[in-house]
Ligand binder design. Structure first.
Ligand code: PLP
Length: 399
């Protein structure tokens, strides 16, 4: 028996635990009594092009071809379409020969990390971070090195990053727009980070890769565009998913794209293929591969997330909560009014409110609120937040 795997299976993801608790409570108390703000499961339907293309594919394609295996890396026409889109529309250097379709961003990440890391290596992550990064990195035997983002805006702490890079640093995982803070890294920050990494590469005489996790690339507000780190730094592997942009999280479709400008790009790609193969990640779902060319650049109606974002930010701050104003993704990072965010969650449960304490994001003292829910749920949840704020006497403490 592999004890590490057994332990991982026994200690479930806290996000999924709360999500499942919410489902049980909804059955017990009714849908309207529980406000599940725990999981990033989009509530907005996929854009019409998804249904239309799927229907056309099902009606017009010969079934054995449609549902058959593609090559391990995915259909070459689909990879061509994605690479062309990335080059022309997203400023991301891409080559279909270096692109591997995966079952979502999770498999893109495990394939990229598995390709690059050995037990002798260190991988830098920026707390607060998507909790699975630690699981994925430790699975390779490499060591996780945490360099927390800088408050109040959760931007990169460049001096701390510079000190954290060592001879053993193989890569840095970056996530912009960010889960859980909603922070979008600016061109200036990405330029400075790239310079820092290039200097360190020269100093240590080996590549330091960026694994850029970008499932929220298109989910940005106020007319902002989220620049991709790949446009600034050559040694980048982009991990992407259509889970959030197209509201298709259950269909499991995404990709890893090795920049053709990356050091040893051909070998890195071979290693991605090998890592994916070793985990059984060959031939991402065929039907959903073929959906992708028609959907590049399209998104679900993110106006609904924007509406929720504004409403929650304004209302929660006026109730006395301290919240980071998110520029992208669909999460709010709210400071727990007491030091232990788990104790805060327990109090919130009494009002039917469910969100995720930030401990598992490597950054205690906050909670993550997923606002990819309906505006009606937001309105009802705000009544519960008002009661919770009163319990903590937040307004009185402010005055
Ligand atoms: N990376 C981040 C930052 C995420 O928030 C998520 C999902 O919530 C993933 C990766 C995994 O995405 P997928 O569902 O496509 O595997």
């Amino acid at each position: 028996m592999n004890e590490t795997s057994k332990k991982l299976g026994a200690h479930r993801s806290i996000i999924r635990e709360i999500f499942e608790y919410a489902a049980r409570k909804k059955k017990e108390l009714g849908e309207d009594a529980v406000f599940d703000l725990s999981i990033g499961n989009p509530s907005v339907p996929p854009p019409p092009v998804v249904q239309e293309t799927l229907q056309a594919l099902l009606c017009n394609t010969e079934p054995t071809s449609l549902h058959g295996y593609t090559t391990a890396a995915g259909d070459i026409e689909v990879r061509r379409a994605i690479a062309e889109y990335l080059n022309e529309n997203a400023g991301i250097p891409a080559d279909p020969a270096f692109l591997y379709l995966t079952v979502g961003a999770a498999a893109a990440l495990t394939s990229a990390l598995g390709a690059l890391l050995t037990p002798a290596d260190e991988a830098i992550v920026i707390p607060p971070y998507f909790p699975e990064y630690r699981v994925f990195i430790e699975h390779t035997g490499a060591r996780v090195v945490e360099v927390p983002a800088k408050e109040p805006d959760f931007t990169l702490d460049l001096p701390a990053l510079s000190s954290a890079v060592t001879e053993r640093t193989a890569l840095l995982v970056l996530n912009t727009p960010n889960n859980p803070t909603g922070t979008v890294l600016s061109p200036e920050e990405l330029t400075a980070l790239s310079e820092l990494l290039r200097t360190k590469e020269k100093e240590y005489g080996h590549p330091i890769y960026l694994v850029s996790d970008e499932p929220y690339r298109e989910l940005v507000y106020d007319g902002l565009k989220a620049p991709s780190p790949a446009a600034y730094y050559d040694d980048t592997l982009v991990c992407y998913s259509f889970s959030k942009s197209l509201s298709l999280p259950g269909e499991r479709i995404g990709y890893v794209s090795v920049s053709p400008r990356a050091a040893g790009a051909s070998d890195v790609y071979l290693s991605v293929m090998g890592a994916a193969r070793a985990m059984g990640y060959v031939c991402a779902p065929s039907l959903f591969q073929r959906l992708i060319p028609a959907c590049l650049g399209k998104t679900a109606d993110i106006g609904i997330y924007d509406k929720n974002r504004r409403r929650l930010y304004d209302a929660l701050t006026s109730l006395g909560f301290r919240v980071v104003r998110p520029a992208g993704a669909f999460y709010l990072f709210l400071r727990s009014p007491e030091p232990d965010a788990n104790a805060f969650l327990e109090k919130a449960k009494k009002y039917g409110l469910l969100f995720v304490p930030s401990d598992s994001f490597g950054y205690p003292g906050y909670v993550r609120i997923a606002y990819c829910v309906s505006p009606e749920t937001v309105e009802r949840a705000l009544l519960a937040f008002a009661a919770l704020a009163q319990e903590y006497r937040l307004r009185e403490k402010e005055s």
